[in-house]
Unconditional design. Structure first.
Length: 297
């Protein structure tokens, strides 16, 4: 029997870590190989794709996908964690902050920007998460990183609460955005609530709650929720391999694909004539090399 493989689009509940969701699904389904794409803070909710079986080998491509968030930012308050879970470090009056002033501040947070992650984050230094160092009282210096914001729009503002929608790249911290907007307005800001509504092609409208998924597992129908592993790659080009190239693929050999030219390193999904997902392949000069081989029929 072919081992189970696929992707679950789960709506992570508040107060769960991403690893809590992984462990629950692993225990309740009996699938040993389960991973997630993109950590969500415990207080955050929303889309958390869980990859099962062979699909875990595609995690890196889903982690790289753009994401959409709905965020609530409380202006006038700063905390050490950049959200309302942390200790308050400063407060300010926000009665003079207008929507126009916020709109005027937002352009500097769009596009390719340098962003400094929070000291209380899962980024590791010498193998230790920064939040553990910060909690021990150690000095934590976080280097800024390059991230991309494709959209940052106000959806509502009623002082002190600002609500925004964000489309961003991997590595983006919404907590840092809340802190930085507050700093730009000279009143401080902290993240008050966060919902991830999209990871790549996985949307919150199609996500299943943990409670519903639990009931479906008990009823034995949960596998109907699985997306095929190659759902992660559907925005790539696809190649259909004949028998000769499928054999080369199974041997880890370079492929010759007539008329299929691409920039060096471009990735492509490969299928058999019968429609089976075979591999991820990469352009290599005039040929294609196997990157991740799943099957060869």
């Amino acid at each position: 029997m072919t081992p189970l493989s696929g992707i679950l689009n789960v709506d992570k509940p508040a107060d769960w870590t991403s690893f809590d969701a992984v462990n629950v699904i692993r225990k309740r389904t009996g699938v040993k190989r389960v991973g997630h794409a993109g950590t969500l803070d415990p207080a955050a909710t929303g889309v958390l794709p869980l990859l099962l079986g062979q699909a875990t080998r595609l995690t890196e491509y889903l982690v790289d996908a753009t994401k959409t968030y709905r965020a609530r930012i409380q202006l006038g308050i700063e905390t050490d964690t950049y959200d309302l879970e942390g200790a308050v470090t400063a407060e300010a009056d926000v009665s003079g902050v207008t929507r126009d002033a916020i709109e005027a501040a937002l352009p500097e947070f769009r596009g390719e920007i340098e962003q400094t992650p929070p000291a209380y984050s899962a980024i590791k230094r010498q193998g230790v998460p920064l939040y553990k160092l910060a909690r021990r009282g150690e000095a934590v210096v976080v280097e800024p990183r390059r991230v991309r914001v494709d959209r940052l729009d106000i959806t509502s503002y009623e002082a002190p609460m600002l609500e925004v929608v964000i489309d961003c790249s991997k590595g983006f911290y919404v907590r840092s955005l809340a802190h930085d907007i507050g700093a730009r307005l000279s009143v401080g800001g902290s993240l008050a609530g966060l919902v991830r509504t999209r990871v790549g092609s996985f949307r919150i409208e199609d996500a299943v709650s943990v409670d519903d998924l639990t009931r479906e597992i008990e009823a034995g129908v949960w596998q109907e929720r699985l997306f095929a592993p190659d759902e992660v790659l559907l925005h790539w080009r696809a190649a259909i391999l004949g028998q000769a190239n499928a054999l080369r693929l199974s041997r880890g050999q370079m492929l010759e694909l007539a008329g299929a030219t691409a920039p060096e390193g471009e990735l492509c999904r490969a299928y058999s004539v019968g429609g089976d997902f075979l591999a991820v392949i990469a352009a290599n000069e005039t040929r294609w090399r196997p990157e991740k081989v799943f099957a060869a029929r």
